[in-house]
Design a protein around this ligand. Structure first.
Ligand SMILES: Nc1nc2c(ncn2[C@@H]2O[C@H](COP(=O)(O)OP(=O)(O)O)[C@@H](O)[C@H]2O)c(=O)[nH]1
Ligand SMILES: [Mg+2]
Length: 367
C-alpha cells in the first residue's frame, strides 16, 4: 500500500466491458505516473464476467476498487455513486471502452489542480477535437442535444454531452443534493445542479473507436435526456417520472382509440367488447412502455415482468374506477363535461402513477 495521500479518483462505469477493463487499467497506470490515483469501477451487474474480472484484478492491485449494483441501470446514477465512494480531492469520470483519450488526463489534472479551474471537460467540439467515425445521424442527434442544453438549460459548454471530465471534489459536494441522476448525461446534471457558475476548461480530444464490446446507446437514451431536461426545468413542481408516465398515458389513449375504432369498424364488435379489448390492450401497452422508458433504471424482466403487469392492471383498474367516480360526481355538480372529464383523468393519472410506483416499480428493488 502506498503511503502518499490519494489525489485523484477516476470513476469508470461498466456494463458488459469484460474485454476492455485490463487494457484500461494498463493505460491509466502508464499515463498517470506522478499522480496518486485510484480507479473505482461501477458495474451494473454485467453478465459477461466484467465484475468477476475486476474482483480478480482488485484483489492484487490496490489502485483498483469496484462497486457492484444489482437490479439497477443508469450511467449517471452509477457515476454519482462511484464518485461518492471516493475520498480524493480530484474526481474524474471516463468510459471503460477506450473511446476517451486517457492522454488528456494529465492536462485535466493540471487544469483543476494548478490552473484554478473547477472542472476540465474532454471536448469533441472545440478546436482540435472530433467525434471520430460517428455516422451523420449520431452527429446530428448529439448536436441537437447540445443545442437543447445550451438554449433550455443555459449551459455555456461546447460539449456538455461529454462523459469525460475531471473536477474538484467541491463541485460534486455542492451539487449532490440537487442532482437528478437520470439517464446518461451526468455532466449536464452536474453543471446545472451547481449552485454557482463553474470555471470550466474544455480540452480537445478525438473520440476513439470502440474496439471491443457494444455501445449501450440506443433511442431510449433520447427519452432519458428529455426526462433530464424536464427535471431540470419543471422538476421542482412535477416529478420527471410523472411527466414520462403521463406522456406514455397520452400515447396509450391513441392506442385505445385505434383498437376501439378497429374493433367497431373492421370486426363489427359490439361497443362493449371493442371498448373492453381497447382497455386491455392499452393497459399492456402502457405497462410495456413505462417499464421500458419511465422505469428503465429498474426495469422488470422475466417472471417479475408478468407479476408487474398483473399488479399494474389491478392498480389501473382501480384508477379507472376513481376516474369515472370523480368525473361523475363533478359532472353531477357543475354539468361541465370537459372539465369533469379532465379532472377524472387527472385523479386517475395520479392514482395510477402513485400506486404503480409503490407496487410495481418500488425504489431499490432487486431482481
Ligand atoms: N454502470 C453502468 N455503466 C453503463 C451503463 N450503460 C453504459 N455504461 C457504461 O458507460 C460507458 C459509455 O457507454 P457506451 O455504450 O460506450 O456509450 P457511447 O460511448 O455513447 O456509445 C461504457 O463504459 C459503458 O460500459 C449502465 O447502465 N450502467
Ligand atoms: Mg462508448
Amino acid at each position: 500500500m502506498n503511503s502518499a495521500s490519494l489525489q485523484l479518483t477516476v470513476v469508470i462505469p461498466t456494463f458488459n466491458e469484460v474485454s476492455n477493463v485490463s487494457v484500461m487499467i494498463d493505460r491509466l497506470t502508464h499515463t498517470l505516473q506522478g499522480i496518486e490515483w485510484e480507479i473505482i469501477f461501477v458495474d451494473d451487474d454485467s453478465q459477461d464476467g466484467t465484475f468477476q474480472k475486476l474482483q480478480t484484478i482488485a484483489a492484487c492491485n490496490s489502485r483498483v476498487r469496484m462497486l457492484r449494483r444489482v437490479g439497477r441501470r443508469g450511467l449517471s446514477s452509477a457515476c454519482i455513486e462511484g464518485l461518492l465512494a471516493s475520498a480524493a480531492p480530484y474526481l474524474a469520470v471516463m468510459d471503460a471502452d477506450l473511446q476517451h483519450d486517457e492522454n488528456c488526463l494529465p492536462a485535466m489534472f493540471q487544469a483543476v489542480h494548478a490552473e484554478g479551474f473547477d472542472m476540465a471537460v474532454g471536448s469533441r467540439y472545440v478546436e482540435g477535437g472530433s467525434t471520430g467515425d460517428w455516422n451523420q445521424q449520431r452527429v446530428s442527434v448529439s448536436k441537437w442535444a447540445t443545442l437543447l442544453s445550451q438554449k433550455i438549460l443555459k449551459i455555456q459548454l461546447q460539449d456538455p454531452m461529454s462523459g469525460f471530465f475531471m473536477m474538484r471534489r467541491a463541485v460534486l459536494e455542492d451539487a449532490v443534493y440537487r442532482l437528478s441522476r437520470l439517464g446518461f448525461k451526468i455532466l449536464v446534471d452536474l453543471v446545472v445542479s451547481s449552485p454557482k457558475p463553474l470555471r470550466i476548461k474544455e480540452i480537445p480530444f478525438h473520440f476513439g473507436l470502440r474496439v471491443a464490446g457494444e455501445s449501450k446507446l440506443d433511442t431510449r437514451v433520447a427519452w432519458d435526456y428529455l426526462m433530464l431536461l424536464a427535471d431540470k426545468t419543471i422538476g421542482r413542481y412535477i416529478p420527471a417520472k410523472l411527466i414520462s408516465f403521463a406522456s406514455v398515458g397520452a400515447m396509450g389513449v391513441g392506442v385505445h382509440l385505434t383498437v376501439l375504432g378497429m374493433g367497431k369498424t373492421f370486426f363489427a364488435l359490439p361497443f362493449m367488447y371493442a371498448q373492453g379489448a381497447a382497455v386491455l390492450i392499452s393497459m399492456v401497452f402502457n405497462f410495456y412502455l413505462n417499464n421500458l422508458l419511465t422505469y428503465r433504471d429498474q426495469q422488470l424482466q422475466g417472471r417479475a415482468w408478468v407479476w408487474g403487469l398483473l399488479k399494474f392492471m389491478l392498480a389501473c383498474s382501480l384508477g379507472g374506477a376513481a376516474n369515472v367516480g370523480v368525473a361523475n360526481y363533478l359532472y353531477g355538480n357543475d354539468g361541465l363535461w370537459v372539465l369533469s372529464g379532465l379532472m377524472g383523468i387527472l385523479v386517475g393519472l395520479i392514482w395510477n402513477f402513485g400506486v404503480t410506483s409503490i407496487l410495481v416499480w418500488p425504489q431499490r428493488s432487486a431482481h
